[in-house]
Design a protein around this ligand. Sequence first.
Ligand SMILES: [Zn+2]
Length: 304
Amino acid sequence: MYYSGPNLQAALVNDAGEVLERRETAISPDTMVQQIAAVARELGSHGDVSALGFGIPGLVNRQTDVVIVSPDLPTGIRENLHKALTEATGLRVELENDANAAAYGEFKVGAGRGSHNIFYMMIGNGIGGAIILDGKLWTGSSGFAGEVGHITIDTEGLECVCGNTGCLETVASAPSIVRRARERLNRDSTSSLSRLGLKKGFTADDVAHEAKEGDDFALMMIERTGKYIGTGVASVINLLNIERIILGGGVMDAGDLILNPIIQEAKRRAFQPCFEATKIVAGKLGRDAITVGAAMLARDALAS
Ligand SMILES: [Zn+2]
């Protein structure tokens, strides 16, 4: 399962990582545990459920199973979420940061299959990252490794939610793409010819869609976003000399339109021997990455 307030995305996943059933529902913070347990029971009526994997945006201490930071969860529930879910469902529960869960999913049954070391980047409403070394999630000395969205890209840039300025997330997350597009539409008269200018409340998905339809302005916005991401990717390549970098999250729905500029920019900026040793690919699990990955974490926790 994956909770990103207020939506719960749930799936019944078999041992091979295939999705058999899906449920999506809005849940309220006050009754979230009961509602999650009800969805688990519902899915359980379609097949034997042996464990529950749960991904959330935020930081999870995997030693204590305590949620340290999560803007989507009410304060009262963070510390006890794992225990409450275990009690309410009667299942073994694995709680994990969403990017870590998605990385594990791609590693086990998606674009990372067959590799030993991967870096996963999830580019959506925020930008998260995860590192798998020698087949295991490497979460750092206190569980928070891989925060690639908070790598500084522009020292003169905007303030980020983390308190730093000019983080990758402030230019390449979905809301940042919309903000940059809007700013440009406002100040540049030629860009007002873009079809995006006709839509009031457009989203990052709309920008990607118009780019695919051949809108020059939308295409330029996607390419520039790709350049920012590629700049971050180059740093990751230099730092880790990693086998594969897998890019997922909603922003990657733009497909090759964004993947190609990411690869080009990473090539331009990374140390060449490191770049040549790294494959940069799009994720294969799409929007199921977190739910499937959480399920695979639960599957493997049961087996260990
Ligand atoms: Zn930041």
